[in-house]
Every structure is written in structure tokens, then in C-alpha cells.
Design a protein around this ligand. Structure first.
Ligand SMILES: Cc1cc2nc3c(=O)[nH]c(=O)nc-3n(C[C@H](O)[C@H](O)[C@H](O)COP(=O)(O)OP(=O)(O)OC[C@H]3O[C@@H](n4cnc5c(N)ncnc54)[C@H](O)[C@@H]3O)c2cc1C
Ligand code: FES
Length: 271
């Protein structure tokens, strides 16, 4: 088995500027780096440091791996300055992915906010790969403004797929925007799902995760059917250093995907 501490060199093959703050990097690792959707990798920018990211590509793409990264600090700013052809390091994958077996035959509701759509893109593409296994996939996505929407080309295509419904909203509209305006939680109004038997998956800023989860519970979703992609500061990625504790859990090892039933009794789980 491959040593999960070892860093694999990866070449930047392509860079897509999603928004002024968010870029997608298509990377080709020198050695195969297979992952399950929902797991994360530690990415090193040489001479700067490393940070955790959940791949935004499908695990079925074996040659390349994509990460979609928002510029917020030291490592992410350095990564945003890198060019096609330069090298980064990757180690992992770490953590647990989604229990896709539990999704079979069900209606799946995916709710993403901002750059939180990145890990969900990987999940969505994984579901799309085997779409006949699921009853329906409803993808709800919200961003601050239309300028902040990521994967614009993908979004235009995904809504046309069979068994897929796409709902998009922005917090603040402008003259050019013809779509919905309102917080992402407003996309959950008028849903016609069998709430008790459906699965919901949520990823986004803490405040969005909190209010979306509370609304899902109000609608009738069982906490064991709500999956949350949680973020904490990471160091080792292997359950050794304790940097990423969430109650009794290590986010790096037991997560980053948790069922709401696992964490709902932890004080302020979304902070
Ligand atoms: C499992 C997991 C998956 C993730 N997946 C993704 C993903 O797919 N895409 C993605 O974009 N992110 C993702 N993240 C978040 C990402 O790891 C962090 O954004 C990244 O670690 C930040 O590293 P940095 O060195 O750029 O920022 P740091 O320099 O460590 O800064 C981190 C925080 O400090 C704040 N900060 C930085 N500099 C200053 C300053 N001078 N003054 C005040 N505040 C400051 C920033 O606002 C930021 O919130 C994920 C995190 C986890 C745990
Ligand atoms: S990052 Fe070290 S224990 Fe999770």
C-alpha cells in the first residue's frame, strides 16, 4: 500500500479562472492518486506550505485531478500566482467519502454555497456517472452575485441531464441577472421530495451550512440522511496531531463528511 505521508509531484495542466477569487487547477500527478468522492488531499505549494482541498473532479477521471481553490491566505494566494506547467505536491487521499450505497434508489438533494460547490461537483459528477442508480438529483446552488458563480459552463450543461434538476440563486441581483435572487435556503421552498426517504448533502460557509441544515430538519429530513462536508484546520491529515477535532471526532480521519446525526449534539458544530 502507498505511504499516505509521501508527497506526489503533480503538474499544473490547466488553470480556469472561475471568479476573481476562485480558480480551478487541473493537475496531473506523477503517480496515480485515486480517491473516493468526499475525501480530501493535502496540496503543497513548494516553499510556501500546504493546505487541504477536496478534489472537485470525478474519481472516475484517473489521469488528472482538479481542485477549485478560493484565495484566502498564504498558501491559496501563492497557488493562485502559479502558472501552467509548474509543479505542486499532493498527499493523500485522507478521510472518509460519501456512503454512496445508501444513496441508491433515492432522491438526492445537493445544496452548495459559494466555493462549497467544489467538493459537491465531484459528488455530482460521480452520481451522474451512474445516474440510473438514483431516483432524482436536485442540485441547489447559491452565490453572492452572478459574478461569484463557479462552473458556469458546467451548470449550463448539468441542468439538461436526465433525472437532474438544477436551481440557482444569487444573494444580490443586477440588471443582467435574469435568475432567482435570494439566499440559498429559499431554493428549498416548494420542494416535492419524499423528505423522510431522501438524502441531502450540504457544503458551504458555516452560516449557510447551519441554516440550510435547520431548514432541512424542519422540512422533515432525518438527521441521519443529512450529510455535511465539514472544514477544520488541518495538519497531519491522519488523526495524529489533534488540530482538527470536532467534538470526539477527527475531521481528517472520521470526516470530512459527517452525518448531521453524528454531530448535532456537539456545541456549535458549524463554528
Ligand atoms: C477537508 C477540507 C477541504 C477543503 N476543501 C477546499 C476546497 O475544495 N476549496 C477551497 O477553496 N478551500 C477548501 N478548504 C479550505 C482551505 O483548506 C483553506 O482555505 C486553506 O487551508 C487556507 O490556507 P491559506 O494558507 O491560503 O490561508 P491561511 O493563511 O492559513 O489563512 C486562513 C484563514 O485566515 C484568514 N487570514 C489569512 N490571512 C489573514 C490576515 N492577514 N489577517 C486576518 N485573517 C487572515 C483567512 O481569511 C482565512 O480564513 C478545505 C478545507 C478542509 C479542511
Ligand atoms: S489534522 Fe492531525 S489529527 Fe486531524
Amino acid at each position: 500500500m502507498r505511504n499516505l505521508y509521501l508527497t506526489i509531484e503533480a503538474r499544473i495542466e490547466k488553470i480556469i479562472r472561475e471568479t476573481p477569487e476562485i480558480k480551478t487547477f487541473l493537475l496531473s500527478p506523477k503517480e496515480p492518486l485515486e480517491f473516493e468522492t468526499g475525501q480530501f488531499v493535502q496540496l503543497t505549494v513548494p516553499g510556501v506550505g500546504e493546505a487541504p482541498f477536496t478534489p472537485s473532479s470525478s474519481p472516475h477521471e484517473k489521469e488528472t485531478l482538479a481542485v477549485t481553490v478560493m484565495k484566502v491566505g498564504r498558501v491559496t494566494e501563492a497557488l493562485h500566482k502559479m502558472k501552467k506547467g509548474q509543479k505542486v505536491g499532493l498527499r493523500g487521499p485522507y478521510g472518509m467519502g460519501y456512503s454512496l450505497d445508501e444513496f441508491k434508489g433515492k432522491e438526492i438533494l445537493i445544496v452548495g454555497g459559494g466555493v462549497g460547490l467544489a467538493p459537491l461537483r465531484s459528488l455530482f459528477l460521480t452520481l451522474l456517472y451512474d445516474i440510473n442508480k438514483y431516483k432524482q438529483v436536485l442540485l441547489c446552488y447559491g452565490a453572492r452575485t452572478s459574478r461569484d458563480l463557479i462552473y458556469k459552463t458546467g451548470l449550463a450543461r448539468w441542468g439538461q441531464e436526465e433525472r437532474v434538476e438544477l436551481r440557482i440563486t444569487v444573494d444580490k441581483g443586477n440588471r443582467k441577472w435574469r435568475g432567482r435572487v435570494g439566499l440559498v435556503t429559499t431554493l428549498l421552498d416548494n420542494l416535492t421530495l419524499d423528505f423522510k426517504n431522501s438524502i441531502a448533502i450540504v457544503c458551504g460557509p458555516s452560516i449557510m451550512m447551519k441554516f440550510t441544515t435547520l431548514k432541512l430538519v424542519d422540512l422533515g429530513f432525518s438527521p441521519k440522511n443529512i450529510y455535511l462536508s465539514m472544514e477544520r484546520n488541518m495538519s497531519c491529515g491522519l488523526g495524529q496531531c489533534g488540530h482538527c477535532m470536532l467534538g470526539k471526532y477527527y475531521v481528517c480521519k472520521d470526516g470530512p463528511v459527517f452525518k448531521y446525526s453524528q454531530i448535532k449534539n456537539i456545541p456549535n458544530p458549524f463554528v
